[in-house]
Write a protein that binds this ligand. Structure first.
Ligand SMILES: NC(=O)c1ccc[n+]([C@@H]2O[C@H](COP(=O)([O-])OP(=O)(O)OC[C@H]3O[C@@H](n4cnc5c(N)ncnc54)[C@H](OP(=O)(O)O)[C@@H]3O)[C@@H](O)[C@H]2O)c1
Length: 290
């Protein structure tokens, strides 16, 4: 089986490539493969995969507020083109989406049948991407995940780990709650989902939930660092994009298929204590990312 992966050098895409094995995959990356260009569909059709995993996306939540047209071009229209290619080839499409399709007004975990109501440009564009996938009528699965961390690229965990080594005190948002998810665990779970006869929308995160502040404390604890962390509010953080206050997702549909990811705190410990957390590359600001 040949699996085409968009965003193959991103945080999740690179884990998928590693887990699936490079001989199986057809990696699609910028600049050769650009979701905003008109040749998305023909390029995928030419590659002739048996399955598509669409992980490529514009993921900078704050920048998306300044560039609504760009984020829509990548996440909504680009996804529509990927869906058209899947339809033309008659192959299954797995689309990676986000907890940020929800408004965050609930105080109980979001289920797949709950109505999305995004409150920022990024979430809106990903929801439009979901609709493009589901409207095509192809064999597809929308996998909503959240708060990713992993070895490749920028993420909150690496930002906190780096800041804990250089700052005297960290201030982190404590009024947004979600489900941190280890890209490696997610990649293995997506591979498991590939073998299941499941369609529609499914939620998939590590178990448990926390605030960004609680996550930051856990990172510093796992590092054995002594850097103090102060909780702040979303208002105090003053980020350009609104974020859901509560975007915890229920994993019950996935669990019914026998797929259950470990607790986020265990996954975090594996990541922080393991060999893959390199802090050498530039990081984003130590506040909520995607
Ligand atoms: N990160 C999170 O916390 C989070 C949470 C929930 C859901 N998700 C979703 O999970 C998926 C994977 O996220 P991630 O964290 O792995 O993101 P990521 O590290 O930002 O990777 C995204 C990939 O998409 C590529 N890309 C960006 N613009 C593109 C374009 N115009 N054409 C083609 N490729 C383009 C990027 O290439 P460059 O690196 O060259 O720019 C990168 O390889 C995404 O669909 C995202 O929406 C992420």
């Amino acid at each position: 089986m040949r699996i085409l992966i968009t965003g193959a050098d991103g945080q999740l895409g690179s884990e998928l490539c590693r887990v699936l094995g490079y001989e199986t995959i057809i990696p699609m990356t910028l600049p050769d493969f650009d979701l905003t260009k008109p040749d998305v569909e023909p390029k995928i059709v030419d590659a002739s995969p048996d399955l598509i995993i669409h992980a490529g996306a514009y993921t900078d939540v704050d920048a998306a507020e300044r560039e609504p047209n760009v984020v829509m071009a990548v996440n909504a229209r680009g996804t529509r083109e990927v869906s058209k290619a899947a339809a033309r080839l008659g192959v299954r499409l797995i689309y990676i989406s986000t907890d940020y399709v929800f408004s965050g007004q609930q105080r109980t975990p979001y289920h797949e049948q709950d109505d999305p109501c995004p409150i920022n440009q990024y979430g809106f564009s990903k929801w439009k991407g979901e609709q493009a996938v589901l409207a095509t009528g192809i064999n597809s699965l929308v996998v909503r995940t959240a708060w990713l961390f992993g070895a490749v690229g920028k993420n909150f965990v690496k930002s906190i780990a780096r800041a804990a080594q250089s700052e005297t005190v960290l201030r982190v948002v404590d009024d947004q709650r979600g489900c941190p998810t280890y890209a490696e665990d997610l990649a293995y779970a997506i591979v498991a989902l590939m073998t299941k006869d499941v369609a529609g929308v499914i939620h998939l995160t590590n178990r448990g939930h926390c605030t960004w502040y609680e996550l930051a404390r856990a990172v510093v604890h796992e590092m054995g660092a002594g850097c103090p962390i102060l909780p702040i509010t979303t208002l105090q953080a003053g980020r350009p994009a609104k974020r859901p206050q509560y975007s915890v997702m229920s994993n019950s549909r996935c669990a019914s298929l026998g797929i259950v990811l470990p607790e986020w705190s265990q996954a975090l410990a594996r990541f922080v204590r393991g060999p893959s957390m390199s802090l050498a590359e530039p990081q984003c600001a130590p506040l909520p990312h995607t």
